[in-house]
Design a protein around this ligand. Structure first.
Ligand code: F6R
Length: 242
């Protein structure tokens, strides 16, 4: 595992964006995207490189980690809409090349299996950008998730729902209770895992993931089992590292 402590959160985002851009330039067929606030700096850097340096995503397939259950696809906080607004609509991604689990499917287990098949048919995912939950979740694999899990429904913990209420104008009641998420096994199939964490709120989770025991109780600790991992943190998120 490569651990990079940058001088600032802004630098962490730029570095993560550069690493993703390198994969795209080297011909990645598929890349993995995350939502939430952590990857936004990386997406800004990718948009900048698209506008100023000729970076192209034409023909690249993008796979989101997760999606809320029951939010209409055009809801501003559906992850499908979020990734379009924050990233893919600003570069030359075809909308049809940006994939997410179908959180509105009539048959959710079938939608999970379909998503696994879609990734398998278009993968491998060259690089997967990841945030980390304050409770150590990766994707929406909450503590206790099987280390070999595949895409499936998960119930969000009260902590995660409270953390994410900020995206729903602070109204906890609006935060969905369930999600479809790639499993820890699915995530681990990507060639390069790139985790970014900034701010003091992530310090404890980062230390558990990077230096703690590998355990289902800190799902992000599976990073320790993967052959190619880069963790990028700012000084605040690095504060609990030995
Ligand atoms: C988002 C995701 C989550 C977030 C995590 C951190 O697609 O899978 O694991 O990465 O909850 O969220 P932020 O970055 O908003 O702190």
């Amino acid at each position: 595992m490569e651990l990079v402590i940058t001088d600032s959160a802004a630098e962490a985002g730029v570095l993560a964006g550069r690493i993703m851009a390198d994969h795209v330039r080297r011909g990645a067929r598929a890349i993995g995207l995350a939502t939430g606030s952590s990857p936004l700096g990386a997406y800004r850097e990718l948009i900048r490189q698209y506008r100023e340096e000729g970076l192209s995503f034409a023909g690249v397939q993008a796979f989101l980690l997760d999606e809320y259950l029951g939010l209409p696809p055009d809801h501003p906080q559906s992850y499908r809409r979020f990734i379009r607004d924050e990233f893919t609509a600003h570069v030359d991604f075809a909308d049809s090349d940006v994939h997410s689990p179908d959180g509105n499917a009539a048959d959710i287990p079938a939608a999970a299996a379909d998503y696994e098949q879609l990734i398998a048919a278009n993968g491998p995912i060259a690089v997967q950008i990841l945030g980390i939950g304050t409770n150590g979740h990766l994707g929406f694999n909450e503590p206790g998730s099987s280390l070999r899990s595949r895409t499936r429904v998960k119930t969000l913990t009260p902590k995660t729902r409270a953390d994410n209420a900020r995206f729903f104008a602070g109204d906890l009641a609006q935060v969905p209770t369930h999600v479809l998420t790639q499993g820890l096994g699915t995530i681990s199939d990507a060639g390069h895992l790139l985790m970014i964490a900034t701010g003091t709120g992530k310090a404890e989770a980062v230390a558990s993931a990077v230096e703690g025991p590998v355990s289902a109780f800190c799902p992000a600790s599976i990073l320790q089992m993967h052959p190619h991992v880069t963790v990028i943190v700012d000084p605040a998120a690095a504060a609990n590292l030995r």
